[in-house]
Design a protein around this ligand. Structure first.
Ligand SMILES: Cc1cc2nc3c(=O)[nH]c(=O)nc-3n(C[C@H](O)[C@H](O)[C@H](O)COP(=O)(O)O)c2cc1C
Length: 378
């Protein structure tokens, strides 16, 4: 990553999330409403906690945009945490005289134990505040800016829920994206969706949580992004890192991925075809998921992503008290039951960020029109 860079800041129950994005060319139309619409998509999904109703995220652009277009300077953005009102004492920046209860009941599956040992705390609060997936709202804001750029090149990114707790949706191509967007689980298959929702209801009743698989697909990606020449320039490696960094993601596969391991070579590869008309090259199948030798091959980029059941259980797991070392039940903080649909939206954002970065690497440009000119010439 180098042509499009970003940093986020902010604790889950702090004042706000902050984002700085550097490297976006000038002249790109961009609005707060466009970014906010993506934040809203991240907050939906059957199985989310009551916090989603409190937050209703809104993006506030601080710099880098003038009269509705980017000006080439860093884009800074704020997303206020409405919940801050309830956390002013607990998350106060200044020292406080009030007795604030510390969290010592370690939660399995979270950064709690490793985090307090690494950073030298006797309270989990400073770790969980930043380890929380609240931070991904800032990534989705950055992803929205990247997506806006990619749209100018007719690259579109979608995600859908493939499975929840082993219940698989039937995938019929082309996928019905308007149906996915209006589905409470971002699922294309309405009968699987009913089963998934019932499973979420049962898990909620039992104080349990569920994981699943989402698929994220980029359409319209040109041949030639990424490179075979070095490990850190391989596009599949870069996308895998970006998506694996999402909270609760435990597996990333391209195309047929793990299933390819059991196929003979004669059934695993995509046959190349040449056409008279643009884009001239295509493959008869897309088992590779759009990337060969670390370079985009012109087919859609298809990434399947495994999301673990989230670790905070309303019916908590047995654990250990950080101070007394005695056996306790894990700390319970208000929590979601299933986040697969939201994780899909975050997956779209991370894929958009990597693709915008490699587009800028290949085509450059300080202004959008310069990037587009270089793209057309290629
Ligand atoms: C959108 C989203 C929302 C999440 N919400 C919760 C939650 O409410 N409770 C919880 O325990 N974990 C939640 N997680 C998962 C944790 O953030 C994550 O499992 C934890 O930080 C440990 O990191 P790891 O699973 O990547 O190893 C959420 C993840 C995502 C992607």
């Amino acid at each position: 990553m180098g042509h499009l860079r970003f940093l986020t800041a902010g604790e889950s129950h702090g004042k706000a999330l902050a984002l700085i994005v550097e490297g976006m060319p000038a002249g790109l139309p961009l609005s707060e409403q466009y970014i906010t619409a993506e934040l809203v998509r991240r907050q939906k999904g059957y199985g989310r906690s009551s916090r989603m109703a409190i937050e209703q995220d809104r993006a506030q652009i601080i710099s880098g945009v003038r009269h509705g277009v980017t000006i080439g300077s860093p884009i800074a953005l704020l997303i206020q945490n409405r919940d801050w009102e309830n956390w002013k004492e607990i998350m106060s920046v200044s020292p406080t005289d009030k007795e604030i209860e510390s969290i010592a009941h370690l939660r399995p599956g979270h950064a709690d134990l490793a985090g307090v040992i690494k950073y030298g705390f006797d309270d989990v609060r400073p770790i969980l505040e930043r380890a929380s997936a609240r931070e991904t709202a800032a990534r989705v804001a950055c992803g929205a800016i990247a997506r806006r750029f990619l749209e100018e090149f007719e690259i579109a990114i979608h995600s859908h829920t493939w499975a929840i707790s082993g219940i698989e949706a039937k995938i019929n191509h082309p996928l019905d994206w308007p149906r996915v967007e209006s589905s409470p689980l971002r699922c294309a298959d309405s009968s699987a969706e009913r089963e998934m929702m019932a499973a979420i209801d049962v898990a909620k009743e039992r104080g349990d949580t569920l994981g699943g698989i989402f698929q994220v697909i980029a359409f319209g990606v040109p041949i030639g992004l990424g490179s075979h020449v070095h490990w850190d320039r391989r596009l599949d490696g870069r996308i895998a890192q970006a998506i694996m960094s999402i909270n609760a993601v435990k597996g990333v596969e391209f195309g047929e991925g793990f299933r390819m391991a059991s196929l003979p070579g004669s059934e695993a590869h995509d046959i190349i075809q040449h056409d008279e008309a643009p884009p001239f090259w295509h493959h008869t199948t897309n088992r590779a998921g759009g990337i060969e030798g670390g370079i985009s091959n012109g087919e859609p980029i298809v990434v399947n992503v495994a999301v673990k059941p989230i670790p905070t259980l309303a019916h908590p797991l047995p654990s250990i008290d950080l101070k007394t070392k005695g056996e306790v039940l894990a700390h319970v903080e208000r929590s979601d039951v299933c986040v697969v649909p939201a994780a899909g939206v975050i997956g779209e954002a991370m894929l958009a960020i990597v693709l915008a970065d490699v587009m800028l690497e290949k085509f450059g440009g300080d202004s959008l029109s310069e990037s587009q000119r270089n793209y057309r010439l290629f």
